[in-house]
Design a protein around this ligand. Structure first.
Ligand code: B16
Ligand code: MG
Length: 214
């Protein structure tokens, strides 16, 4: 049965995807092209460097590694400007109630995010205290759909993968959970998150009983 919960950050607990989108678009526009909201879906859960590679490919632009470093740093500076202004109001509906409920019910929880900025976001939104362990983009070498980020979370919490459930909004993240041998609750659309064991529109739609039934 499920003993631990592993949470993705962006798109599950907070909606930072809009800030990523704005900053990446600004970068693309600076180089001289644009991309759509639909293309932006493919960036969810994907690391910073891999996101940049995808965007440059959409624009048909080639850059050297050092130019890419500069571009990624520029995008991140715009993104950080936005997230440092975040407030607890930006926590997605139901998040605080659900995190409180699982804590009371005795489940352990960890963050499993691809972001290198998770520290600022958790601090600004006052969510940090809910997590027993935090695994983010600073601690992993392989990005989702590789299961590394979630396997590390399970290990730090001291549970086997099959005792863990992952909450994910990204296709790559759900795939990572399944490849790691965990249950996955998709946050979003059933037609998109096809590999998930259960899909809901947000944490506000989940109860402890849903975890017991997995
Ligand atoms: P950063 P998650 C991911 O966070 C985002 O979904 C993805 O769009 C972003 O590129 C990635 O973090 C890296 O973020 O540039 O802040 O290191 O969904 O895994 O919490
Ligand atoms: Mg996400």
């Amino acid at each position: 049965s499920i003993k631990a919960c592993l949470f993705d950050l962006d798109g599950v607990l907070v909606d930072t995807a809009v800030y990523h989108y704005q900053a990446w678009r600004r970068l693309a526009n600076t180089i001289g092209f644009d991309f759509t909201e639909e293309q932006n879906e493919q960036l969810k859960g994907v690391s910073r460097v891999e996101s940049l590679n995808k965007i440059l490919a959409w624009g048909g632009v080639e850059k050297t590694d050092s130019e890419k470093d500069e571009l990624a740093t520029l995008k991140n500076s715009w993104y950080v400007d936005m997230i440092t202004k975040m407030t607890p109001d930006e926590v997605l509906p139901g998040t605080v109630d659900f995190l409180t409920a699982i804590q009371k019910a005795g489940y352990k929880s960890a963050l499993g995010s691809a972001s290198k900025n998770s520290g600022i976001i958790l601090e600004r939104t006052k969510l940090a205290h809910f997590f027993d362990e935090i695994v983010d983009g600073n601690m992993v070498t392989k990005s989702k759909p590789d299961p590394e980020v979630f396997l590390k979370g399970a290990e730090l919490l001291g549970f086997q993968p099959n005792e863990c459930v992952v909450f994910e909004d990204a296709v790559a993240g759900v795939e990572a959970a399944k490849r790691g041998g965990m249950k996955a609750i998709g946050i979003g659309e059933k037609s998109v998150l096809t590999q998930a064991d259960l899909v809901v529109s947000g944490l506000d739609k989940l109860t402890i009983e849903d975890l017991e039934k997995l």
